[in-house]
Design a protein around this ligand. Structure first.
Ligand SMILES: NC(=O)c1ccc[n+]([C@@H]2O[C@H](COP(=O)([O-])OP(=O)(O)OC[C@H]3O[C@@H](n4cnc5c(N)ncnc54)[C@H](O)[C@@H]3O)[C@@H](O)[C@H]2O)c1
Length: 319
């Protein structure tokens, strides 16, 4: 049976402001991880501009002060606040969730790290990219489940990446204990885990009225690329021989990069949509595997049994 793909009137060049034009989020509450920089900051800005009350989870709440002040200075808008959250620390995630009361209309699992050069482990013994991008967000979603249930139709939005097309989740060796550590495979696997997280939540929490979707924001120059050396940036076409960053037509601005996130977090156009993967404000096609592809969602990332297996693995790590 084929299911019709969701479409929206927006495309790769649409901004987060455009996607929420005419949408009134007054009285709605949003949690955005990593919302003090990059795509997360633009998502928070757009949600607040539409009237929403946004709580940013960030390791350093002072880093969100400029955004908090900017929104506070705009009368008639929503608000932005920030609280400490380190996704690599289960106790930090627990403290953050305890500080949230009332309903949460959407959790935006946006924070992430990419291509850490060497294998690093967190306090729970997980490789840092997987721990940050996936496990911390899994713990956060579990901690906020009641808050999402308290909303009329709680949404979970997981910011993944087309990098997931480069690697399925390796259940035999997720922490690179037996295979050599590869920073790109580690990132790609963590982004597959992100799609599986949305798939698992959609499957398990639908009875609570909670929906969950994942997305690829597009390519955007942010601090995410800070671990990349000049040679890698040149090979990506992002730097010239003199070391100047190149603005390419396929790169988006952070405002454009945040558009698919806010569509899924707050637009009525996707009411009730769940278990899907979006890019450029459209639902992506499912492809058999990721080899050689830059678009679409790999079948292994939306596989329900893999999502269940990962749920069990994450639950054991947090127990
Ligand atoms: N920029 C791109 O081209 C691109 C492409 C595909 C996917 N993404 C995804 O978009 C998301 C946002 O990335 P961005 O490009 O805005 O980069 P960014 O570096 O500006 O934002 C990432 C945020 O995550 C936060 N973070 C990192 N580790 C954390 C931790 N342990 N606890 C709490 N917060 C932590 C950082 O402080 C930062 O604010 C990421 O999930 C990334 O994988 C980005």
């Amino acid at each position: 049976m084929s299911v019709q793909r969701m479409t929206s009137p927006y495309d790769s060049r649409s901004t987060a402001f455009e996607v929420l034009e005419g949408v009134d989020l007054t009285g709605r509450h949003y949690v955005v991880t990593g919302g003090a920089s990059g795509i997360g900051a633009e998502s928070a800005r757009a949600l607040a501009r539409a009237g929403g009350q946004v709580l940013i989870g960030t390791r350093d709440p002072t880093s969100a002060q400029a955004l908090i002040d900017e929104v506070a200075a705009a009368p008639g808008r929503g608000s932005v606040q920030a609280a400490a959250l380190d996704l690599t620390s289960p106790s930090s995630v627990a403290a953050f969730t305890r500080s949230v009361d009332g309903a949460v209309d959407a959790l935006v699992a946006n924070a992430g790290v990419m291509a850490i050069p060497t294998r690093q482990l967190t306090s729970v013994g997980w490789e840092t990219q997987l721990a940050t991008n996936y496990l911390g967000h899994f713990a956060l979603a579990l901690g906020l489940r009641d808050r999402l249930r308290a909303a009329e139709a709680g949404r979970v939005v997981v910011v993944s990446s087309s990098a997931h097309l480069r690697s399925p989740f390796d259940f035999d060796d997720p922490q690179f204990e037996r295979r050599p550590y590869d920073r790109w495979t580690a990132y790609s696997q963590s982004k597959t885990a992100d799609v599986l997280l949305a798939t698992g939540i959609a499957e398990r929490w639908g009875g609570d009225g909670i929906v969950a979707n994942a997305l690829m924001p597009g390519w955007i120059t942010t601090r995410l690329q800070r671990h990349l050396d000049d040679e890698t940036l040149r090979s990506m076409g992002a730097m010239d021989e003199e070391g100047n960053r190149i603005e390419q037509s396929f790169y988006k601005t952070p405002q454009q990069g945040a558009s698919t996130t806010v569509l899924l977090a707050a637009s009525p156009l996707v009411d009730g949509v769940t278990g899907r993967y979006f890019e450029d404000n459209q639902e992506a096609a499912t492809v058999p595997d990721g080899a050689g592809r830059t678009n679409g969602v790999a079948a292994y990332a939306v596989d329900r049994s893999a999502a269940g297996r990962l749920w069990d693995l994450g639950s054991s790590a947090l127990a």
